[in-house]
Design a protein around this ligand. Structure first.
Ligand SMILES: [Mg+2]
Length: 348
């Protein structure tokens, strides 16, 4: 048989097909075994594959490895997460800042106002108010997020900011119903998916403390109007004082601003004491000052600190990585918290 006649023979074609078949089978086997071992690495057990917890755990671990997610010590973070999962919902409490933490920077393509920015949209406020308020905000916000200033250096400016903003507002004859009307026509929303998450926290009886340097009346009204103010939600914030005609006349108590949350955490010791048995904590914030809230907790608490870094990412990242266990840069979703709660609830 010549070479040409062999190449065109049936025997050659059969041999060729068998060879290709064996190669493809070999490659597929190699791919499959590699994938299984990767999954085992992540889940810790190949036998968990059919478990409903498996996919939530896998998703969480994948999320921690995304490009905009930074953990200075991934082993510590995973250990802390495992600890929280094992503890289940009964041992958990959540503490969250409000502006730019519970709320995203943008919602459905439009920017989201802070509590103070929402107030500036009250319809009865004169134009001169908006101009003055914008100037005050631009000036002091640059100081709040200046990566070259220490917290101590920023502190007196924050006090000055709050007092100027309040004086200006009180001079404008604001009434209580302005808040409701302003929220109705605003883009003030919590991160997408929050409605479901709040329901899940309520169902699982996990306390949520909203600890905000914003305005408590705005936060409360937002929950009532667009979400639900469940019994497990507690708000520590600045509260407005209205007279009997519903007109704003001042603010109650000492001002909470971004850099004195520690003293206010300590003055709300009874809240933290009532949850002392809930050793596992998830703290969420977007400012380094939000880290101070945990000064209200007892030392045995195990706190997983999650920080949203929304401004000057490159310059602020080292400090955020020092303070927070997990840093999410320019992140508007609530997925990380959702997955954590899903995993923790599944363990009960
Ligand atoms: Mg904030």
């Amino acid at each position: 048989m010549t070479v040409m006649s062999f190449l065109s023979s049936r025997a050659f074609r059969v041999a060729l097909l068998a060879g290709v078949g064996l190669t493809v089978t070999g490659l597929l086997y190699k791919y499959y075994t590699r994938k299984c071992s990767a999954v085992q690495d992540i889940t810790g057990s190949a036998g968990d594959a059919g478990d409903q917890n498996w996919s939530a755990k896998l998703k969480l671990k994948m999320l921690l490895r995304r490009e905009n997610v930074y953990c200075s010590d991934i082993d510590y973070v995973e250990e802390m997460i495992d600890n929280h999962i094992q503890g289940g919902p009964d041992k958990l409490q959540i503490i969250a800042d409000f502006d730019a933490t519970m709320t995203p920077m943008t919602y459905r393509g439009k920017s989201v106002p802070s509590c103070h920015e929402l107030i500036e949209t009250f319809p009865r406020l004169p134009d001169w108010y908006r101009e003055k308020a914008a100037k005050i905000k631009d000036y002091y916000m640059a100081i709040e997020f200046d990566p070259h200033l220490t917290k101590e250096e920023k502190l007196p400016f924050m006090v000055e900011w709050w007092s100027k903003a309040r004086e200006l507002l009180i001079s404008c004859s604001v009434v209580r119903s302005d808040i409701e009307a302003a929220i109705k026509s605003s883009n003030l929303y919590l991160r997408e998916g929050s409605s479901k998450l709040l329901g899940k926290l309520y169902e699982s009886d996990i306390p949520l403390l909203v600890f905000s340097a914003g305005i408590g009346d705005v936060i409360e009204q937002l929950f009532r109007q667009r979400y639900k103010l469940y019994d497990n939600i507690h708000i520590i914030s600045n509260w407005m004082e209205f007279n009997h005609e519903g007109m704003l006349v001042g603010f109650k108590g000492e001002t909470i601003h971004v850099f004195n949350k520690n003293t206010h955490a300590l003055s709300n010791a009874s809240y933290f004491d009532s949850l002392r048995h809930r050793h596992n904590v998830i703290l969420l914030g977007d400012s380094l000052g939000d880290l101070d809230i945990i000064e209200g907790l007892s030392t045995e608490d195990r706190t997983l600190k999650i920080g949203y870094l929304n401004h000057h990412v490159e310059a602020n990242l080292p400090k955020y990585k020092d303070g927070y266990d997990i840093v999410l840069a320019e992140e508007d979703s609530i997925e990380l918290l959702q997955l954590l709660i899903e995993n923790i609830s599944n363990s009960s």
